[in-house]
Design a protein around this ligand. Structure first.
Ligand SMILES: NC(=O)CC[C@H](N)C(=O)O
Length: 382
């Protein structure tokens, strides 16, 4: 069947270098500015769009068939989409999946998120790789009227993610308890009723499935806002502390998170961090983080566990990385990316304190990395 051919483009993506990509808008109408990344996952577009770590970013999907399984209430990683917008090869088809409850287009529109279809995503991805994640403006106007100079100007004036603390925008407003476990056939989500370990999870933009994995590993989880101090955390008398994923620059969020982490380390508790949590643990230990050229975003990233020699197929979403050259004595590099050798995990020697850059709660392997939650639970059992 021929693709719908709209004579006039209704969306425009402008890069700060002046390049323009015209296509067909869907979702919300308007203009947004952000950093542009690309994600190579073939599934999980709903989880990607609702991952709070994508705040401040527009996602280019390299897989061409986006939207074809619709969206459903169960797969949201947080209440609202947090990625600013999406760029895809073509318009979403009618959803075809027994779990689908809504069309991606109306879901995006209701949530104020702009999308552009009909883009040569291969060309765009090459541009992202060559110039590093560019700053962009994305406009959707059903009448197809674009002030191109203004759009390029908006892209140029985007401040960029370096130095940006976005965790404060996406963290929870107040603390809450979490007992929902991982999804299982045929029951769906079950509740943890037999938890053995009391965990405080600090929310810098936590994905729900991380909290579910903690509950499935036997944890009774209390979630605290990003502003929590070491005293706030220790007041709950936890058996262990978890540091979540989140958006923005770890060095910026670390300004308040690092003192909290250092206080928890002094108390000698088991500690586990994922992604932003990993980066901020490294900062708290005296290492440094760097901005990557175009980051890692996808569900096919091989990561090697240097201690077992095993390779995990992982889900990744990060634009910053821990500089392994700066790890202090006593901190061991445990995992590396087999794509570029960048750091993917650390632990403190002889202490139950560890963290990973990838996302063990996501299921690309499909469960290759779940052992990390079990390792955290085992460290609290001791
Ligand atoms: N998923 C995450 O936690 C991302 C961490 C950090 N914001 C980065 O981009 O590297």
């Amino acid at each position: 069947m021929a693709q719908a051919s709209t004579p006039r483009p209704t969306a425009c993506l402008a890069l700060a270098d002046g390049s323009l990509f015209y296509g067909y808008g869907f979702g919300a109408v308007g203009v947004t500015t952000a950093e542009l990344c690309f994600n190579t996952a073939m599934t999980g577009y709903q989880e990607i769009m609702t991952d709070p770590s994508y705040a401040g970013q527009i996602v280019t999907f390299t897989f061409p068939h986006i939207g074809n399984t619709g969206v459903n209430i169960e797969d949201d990683e947080t209440a609202e989409p947090v990625a600013e917008g999406m760029v895809v090869k073509w318009d979403p088809t009618e959803p075809s999946n027994w779990r689908a409850q809504e069309h991606l287009t109306s879901w995006l529109a209701r949530r104020g998120r702009i999308a552009i279809g009909g883009i040569d995503t291969r060309r765009l991805t090459r541009a992202i790789r060559q110039q590093g994640a560019p700053h962009v403006a994305l406009a959707h106007d059903p009448n197809g009227k674009f002030d191109v100079e203004a759009l390029v100007g908006r892209a140029r004036s985007f401040a960029g993610l370096e130095g940006m603390d976005l965790a404060k925008d996406v963290t929870c407003a107040q603390s809450y308890r979490w007992d929902e476990m991982r999804w299982a056939w045929p029951e769906g989500y079950l509740r943890q009723t037999d938890a053995r370990h009391k965990v405080v999870a600090v929310d810098y933009g936590a994905k729900r499935n991380i909290l579910r994995c903690l509950a499935s590993a036997g944890c009774d989880v209390t979630v605290l806002p990003a502003s929590a101090t070491a005293e706030d955390v220790l007041a709950h008398s936890p058996d262990g502390v978890f540091l979540s994923n989140g958006p923005g620059d770890p060095a910026a969020t670390g300004k308040y998170a690092v003192p909290m982490i250092q206080g928890v380390l002094e108390a000698g508790l088991p500690l586990f961090g994922i992604c932003l949590g990993h980066q901020m643990l490294a900062l708290a230990l005296g290492a440094q983080t760097i901005k990557m050229n175009h980051g890692h975003h996808g569900a096919n990233h091989p990561v090697k566990d240097l201690e077992t020699g095993k390779v995990e197929i992982t889900s990744m979403n990060h634009g910053f990385a821990v500089d392994s050259q700066t790890l202090p004595t006593g901190v061991v590099e445990t995992h590396v990316s087999l794509f570029d050798g960048s750091n993917c995990g650390i632990r403190i020697k002889d202490r139950p304190v560890f963290s990973v850059q990838h996302h063990p709660e996501a299921s690309p392997g499909p469960q290759d990395s779940f052992y990390l939650f079990e390792r955290f639970a085992a460290s609290m059992a001791k």
